[in-house]
Design a binder for this molecule. Structure first.
Ligand SMILES: NC(=O)C1=CN([C@@H]2O[C@H](COP(=O)(O)OP(=O)(O)OC[C@H]3O[C@@H](n4cnc5c(N)ncnc54)[C@H](O)[C@@H]3O)[C@@H](O)[C@H]2O)C=CC1
Ligand SMILES: O=CCc1c[nH]c2ccccc12
Length: 287
């Protein structure tokens, strides 16, 4: 089955389902997990400087034997050491990844660059101009952070990666809508939170019944995690998940075979999700 992709504002396309490397499951060594993900069919791999495992991501890419242009590799800029430029920082990452370019380069967190965000964005633009990154974007940006860089941007960010699940929808929806207005695709992490980090909430019976309906319609097993991934994708949001369990890796990819949720089902998840506000990453975003 063809990989679902979303168009970006720079003419490229981003694969809608991604495998993440920023988890305590792998810590400094994501090589095995990424090898399993690639051999299972993932092409979009989400890395970051702060994960401290770019070498192992690079080793898995090399071991896969896949042509470079068949994979979609992301890394994120961490705090910049005094005196280092953004271009120099990405070059260091590329060395660790053993790559000539990344497909997408993101500012990981605006709080890493207090008072210097505009300057840093200009540096990120330079990485694209030099061909070190095909696309550029941001992560954990609120509307006010996006507005700050848009005020100086020659290149509009292509992507904003944020925590996104129904229990954070009230917070995230205005960011997604702002992104749509400005041609910025939202990418999500933490999407399985209602299953793995906040069970027992109002979504549980609703998603259980949607899962059952989809399973009957598909004629093959459907899991609740696939329902959440479907919900994310049908909102036009990229879904980043991860697992060291091969069965779950394959299950994420099989989401493409699951029938669509109806507009009513999506609305029922939205409404139940909005009854609660839960954030599990980057607590500073609450302030
Ligand atoms: N930009 C940022 O600040 C952040 C980015 N990320 C990126 O997102 C990636 C995905 O991370 P998460 O959001 O934590 O992913 P997630 O919310 O999809 O959770 C993944 C975890 O859930 C487990 N899981 C999956 N299905 C399950 C099930 N049915 N029952 C029980 N457990 C199940 C997996 O084995 C894995 O441990 C990271 O690896 C990283 O690349 C993550 C956090 C912050
Ligand atoms: O990307 C966000 C979550 C994360 C995973 N590992 C680290 C290490 C340092 C900062 C954030 C994270």
């Amino acid at each position: 089955m063809a990989t679902l992709t979303f168009p970006l504002n720079d003419g490229t396309r981003i694969p809608a389902l991604a495998f993440g490397t920023g988890t305590a499951l792998y810590q400094k060594d994501a090589q095995h997990a990424v090898e399993v993900a690639i051999s299972s069919g993932f092409i979009h791999l989400d890395g970051a400087q702060v994960y401290g495992n770019e070498e192992s991501l690079g080793a898995a890419i090399a071991a896969s034997g896949k042509p470079r242009d068949s994979l979609y590799i992301v890394t994120k800029l961490g705090k910049l050491p005094q005196g280092q430029t953004v271009v120099e920082s990405l070059k260091e990452s590329l060395k660790k990844l053993n790559l000539d370019y990344v497909d997408l380069f993101l500012i990981h967190m605006p709080v890493h660059h207090e008072g210097k965000l505009k300057e840093v964005w200009k540096g990120v633009e330079e990485t694209k101009t030099q061909g070190l990154a095909k696309s550029i974007g941001v992560s954990n940006f609120r509307v006010k952070d996006l507005e700050e860089i848009l005020s100086v941007a020659s290149i509009i960010p292509a992507v904003n990666q944020i925590e996104f699940h129904p229990y954070l929808l009230k917070w995230a929806e205005p960011i997604v809508e702002f992104g749509k207005k400005h041609g910025i695709v939202t990418s999500s992490y933490g999407g399985l939170t209602p299953i793995i980090r906040h069970q027992g909430g109002p979504l549980d019976p609703i998603v259980a019944s949607i899962r059952e309906r989809l399973e009957k319609s598909r004629g093959k097993p459907v899991t609740e995690s696939q329902v959440y991934v479907k919900w994310i994708l049908q909102k036009g949001v990229v879904a980043i998940t991860t697992s060291s369990n091969e069965g779950r890796v394959k299950q994420y990819l099989e989401t493409s075979e699951v029938p669509d949720l109806t507009p009513e089902e999506i609305a029922s998840i939205d409404n139940a999700g909005k009854q609660i506000h839960k954030r599990f990453f980057n607590a500073w975003l609450e302030h």
